[in-house]
Design a binder for this molecule. Sequence first.
Ligand code: HEC
Ligand code: HEC
Length: 351
Amino acid sequence: MKSKIYIVVLFTASFIILAFVSPEDPYFLISKKDVRLTIPKGFPEPSYTFKNNKITPAGFVLGRKLFYDPILSKDSTISCGSCHQQFAAFSHIDHGLAHGIGGRIGKRNVPALQNLIWNKEFMWDGGINHLEVQAIAPITHKDEMDENLDHVILKLNQRNDYRIAFYKAFKDSTVTSEKMLKSLTQFMGLMISANSKYDKYILGKASFSEEEKKGLALFRNNCASCHKEPLFSDNTFKSNGIPVNTILNDVGRKKITGIESDQYKFKVPSLRNIELTFPYMHDGRFRNLTEVLNFYRDSTKHSAYSDPLIHKLSKLSKEDMKLIHAFLLTLTDKTFVYDRRFADPNFSRKQ
Ligand code: HEC
Ligand code: HEC
């Protein structure tokens, strides 16, 4: 009986101490100002509004802790951040196809995570239609984290630090999947990239070289009908003419809709931070931008499924593509990839 009381006292004391002594590096502290949502000038209204998921510093910090914690995978080896790396705009640059738990190789290239609140559909085929449920897919995918949701929740409930973090974020220390998904959404939803040289140019705060200006004009005439400004995607599914990968035989959008004409269509990806997110396409087949641009202008390589808009790209010269390339490099947003709010808080800067 007595020992039971001791245990309760000890548990409560450690709970209180941990709650008030923050061992965190001040660099990673998150203030109210850090989590204020500002819609960049010229951007449309977002699809995800946080109306039922108010962002707070504690909710964001919990989302970040979860994002960088391999506890979400079956054998605690892979975190969301293992595949989605900040310096690569939260994509992964080593390989074309995602590498998950036990070195298992997935079927698709890791996309960048940015400006997600403007997306209505997620994944290369749009198989997920709500940001809050998105995280369930990688957690339960056998080639990614291979976990089940109930087990993740059980593991988190057993951890004192998580019960404290959930308490701080939601005024209730019981870990539930709903709260876990909401906090991950607070973290990912604030990943907004809108401070590239292109953005500054549009706002009249930076100037473009002649090359970049010509590149932008060519881009607007040839690419922007799909890669629409300012998000650089029109959020539709199209075939950009890349031939079917016969090893993966990924049918793309058709897998979700069952509609024959959706065969081999994939989500038009944003081109923001494109310099950092190689390799390219849903299967990572092109290693660099030059390969992508050479492909677009070579009509002999285009598949029978190509969108009609792709045909006219073969009129572009090598010189035109050089100019478009120069323009694409203006979409790199250094403030985003070095934003301390999104950095891995487990990574010590004192080395
Ligand atoms: C093994 C590597 C891997 C891990 C781990 C991983 N992801 Fe992903 N993520 C991917 C791949 C690959 C895709 C694209 C999948 C597809 O299209 O079928 C993706 C897609 C996404 C998308 C959709 C982006 C878009 O624009 O459509 C989001 C959001 C996302 N992941 C968040 C997460 C979160 C949150 C976690 C952790 C719970 C996570 N990911 C863990 C590889 C990974
Ligand atoms: C008909 C619509 C369409 C047009 C026009 C178009 N694209 Fe694309 N683009 C896509 C689609 C769809 C994908 C993804 C295809 C896939 O992975 O299967 C893509 C992929 C890309 C990628 C790789 C992105 C990544 O994250 O992997 C780059 C770079 C790119 N396009 C640049 C351009 C440029 C530059 C132009 C103009 C010269 C252009 N695109 C014209 C639809 C289009």
